[in-house]
Design a protein around this ligand. Sequence first.
Ligand code: ADP
Length: 453
Amino acid sequence: MKKLSIKIRVTLWYSIFMIILVSVVLAFMIAISNNVVESNVKKALTKTVNKAMDDVDYEKGELKIDNDLDLFNDGVYMIICDENKSIIQSEIPSGFDNELELNDKETRKTYINGELYYVYDREINFKKHDPLWIRGIVPAEGAISVINILVKISIIALPFIVILAAAGGYVITKRSFESIEKMRRAADNINEGKDLSKRIALGDGDDEILKLGKTFDRMLERLEESFENETQFTSDASHELRTPVSVILAQCEYMLENDNLEISQKDEVEVIKRQAKRMSQLISQLLTFSRLDRGMNKDNFESFDISELAEIICEEALDTHNRNIELTWNIEENIYAYGDLSLITRLFSNLINNAFQYGKEGGFVKVELNEEKNNIIFTVTDNGIGIAREEQNKIWNRFYQVNKSRSSDKNNSMGLGLSMVKWIAQFHEGSIKVESELGEGSRFIFSMPKNKR
Ligand code: ADP
């Protein structure tokens, strides 16, 4: 049941419910109408027979049956007979054999040759003559044929009614769920594109789902607003902090040039300078993020030789890194990408820098670039300290650091590099993932569609 869609579940539920309900109502109706028909038959039987008694009499010693007496009246057949059931006058329904005992004032049901009959007898007593009997008979077949027709109609109509209701209900639930599906798609789009300016926009109406859509849209509006406020604050704060930090850095430089300072004082100034530098880097990263969050457009996208770019970054890394780690690369020539050159440069550098930062002394870093099924695949592999499985989802979060002491360059670690990498990958409609084993090493795999214009 869990695997069925809600549409099918709802339709199935009320169809089954309807079948049960209609069947119960039908059974109830048949039972009631059976009783009604039976009591009507009995009433007609007694009334007709009792009335007929007045039409049978002796006149001057001779039996006189009124000419007006109709022996088949109101669906009731009648037999006039003596005590030995010898018939005097009669209208007998075919199949009825009149073997049944005479029994005064009692309505009975009897089966003769498989057919059901209602029978009612009355004895007519005379002063000077032997009594006579009138027997009324109603074949049940005619009486209950109405019920039979009702049952037949119901049996034929019921499946149609259920199918019609199920189909109608399915269409209505499907329509309602289309709006929900639209909401899900809109939410997915917002999620994928990280574009909070998108709206579900189901339109106006009193329908509960349309109202829900509107509530979501209002919520998105609030979210967008507070998100904008937050990025605005980050941007403003970073701008404001830039000047005092530059002043601190300049003052440090100035003090360090002062020959009158003692060595210990110079050391203290060096500490201030180092921390101010770190702060300056942090501010510049924050500014970049606030720029990215405001939504960068793709105006800077261009076609460029990504193989050449990867090679240049590797060569630069060879020059700048002073750790005892061997860097090798295997780069397929002449692959062209369509994207933002400066952002891709940042992505490559961040991944290669991390591999050095978290690599083992005497270890290796391997960079690869190739093309696979219209995708550009860039991987950086190291045999460094690796990342525990439970940390692998978190490393993409801003300011997240597994453990600061793991980095070989603690002063430059701020936990922003990989969140930037992820942002850039998504901005290029690509993806980034990590495969890592704690203590064994890591592999970061970036993939982006080739030459997408
Ligand atoms: P940081 O500035 O701390 O390097 P990142 O966002 O670049 O910030 O990385 C987040 C965390 O992921 C780091 O704190 C580090 O522990 C882990 N990490 C990143 N790259 C590697 C790697 N190649 N090997 C092991 N751990 C890594």
